[in-house]
Design a protein around this ligand. Sequence first.
Ligand code: MN3
Length: 203
Amino acid sequence: MAFELIDLPYDDTALEPAVSAKTLSFHHGKHHKAYIDKTNAAIDGTDLQGKSLEEVVAAARGSNPGLFNNSAQSWNHGFYWHSMAAEETSASDELKSMIDDAFGSVDALKEKLAERGAGHFASGWVWLAIKDGKLSIEETHDGDTLADQSGANPLLVIDLWEHAYYLDHQNARPAYLDAVNGKLNWSFASENLARGTTWKYPA
Ligand code: MN3
């Protein structure tokens, strides 16, 4: 069975003005769809067909750059859509106390995410993750992902590619990061923390 482009968990207009309907429709309907289509084309007729997306990413890492980039980007975008929410969400007590211990407060964590995201050179992703049992801000370059990295459990991610923000904020990545920081889905992060294992792309 082929991988499917998952639906956005909200309406196109739900994240405005942080992320406009126009950006979402291109980002989801064109960019994410292209990654999914290219992943499906690359695994068609191979022994990777029928594997989970996380297994495809792991198998392609280091051996098949084209498939790795497209499968990792397929996963990253699915995770990114869920990392934002239309309504205000809040962290579980467990997550809140870990954030307080590691960063001092949720606002301080948001500042750190914005700082790391703004400082990241060129395309990539900035993540809040559990690594070695502790909260950590991680960066990956281009299509690289935490999907298949045992020892790192991603809780949230922000897309740093220009296609994520250029229509709305032009070159002002910090303005995008500030806006998206207000849309982060702390319920999703709390679920990922409580599960203790990496989120799975819907089969
Ligand atoms: Mn993107």
